[in-house]
Design a protein around this ligand. Sequence first.
Ligand code: R5P
Length: 269
Amino acid sequence: MKYILTQSTQHLKIPSIKVTRKLFPDQELYLKIQNSIKNQPSTLISNILPQNILEFLFTVNAVRHMGANIKQIIIPYLAYARQDKIFSHGEALSAEVILSLLENLKIPITIYDMHSEMLKAKYSFDYQSLLPALLKQIPKNNFIVISPDKGGIERAKKIAKLLKAQFKVISKQRIGNAVFMQFKGNVEGKHILIVDDIISTGETLVQAAKVLKSHGARDIYCIASHGLFVKNARQKLERSQIKKIVVSNSLPIKSSKKIQVIPIEPSIK
Ligand code: R5P
């Protein structure tokens, strides 16, 4: 099997076909696959990010023109899956645009921990999760598993089931960039495992930890599939009341004191 990576997955330790990319002075992208892969089965591993959609499509196009057979596409992290419904009249349904585009490629696609649970029924891709692999890095405690919002209930429930643990959900409201949380339930003296798909600004986790601690929670751990860590998220989380956060390297990030990054290569190859 030949592996082709886009720039978004270059950090993965997977030997891959050489691809040249250049920007013309007007910022148009030029892309060329350097090694011949004619008639060879190949797998494209690429994140879908706001800035790389053309690079991704050009790569598929170049591979096809070279006469290679793309057996599958693996998408460790798929952006734009959070806008999965029209929350307010006039909005674009971004997740639909991206998923339809992928569907139209007519190639088997595996997506890891896609945010939208709702759209999984509409688009028949292969949906996989990195969370069980991340869970192995969490000490074996008697946990209460927490979803930090309603949207993450199914995801967190699966982990609670694996652990045979109790499950609870926080009620979350976003107003602009601020996150407000309310929690009803008894976590007094209990170890907590928060399960999420994405850590972006880190506000969800910081506020979840605060509200759980205010209810007497003991040690708080978190597993989250994708670490975007935008702005000062990492510093906020290092200062937070969370004891340990385990994320995957679907995105190019490094471990730090509280944040442990687990390679996805064994799960996806
Ligand atoms: C939201 O619905 C997601 O599951 C994550 O909880 C969210 O994207 C995390 O964002 P942030 O780290 O900015 O709070």
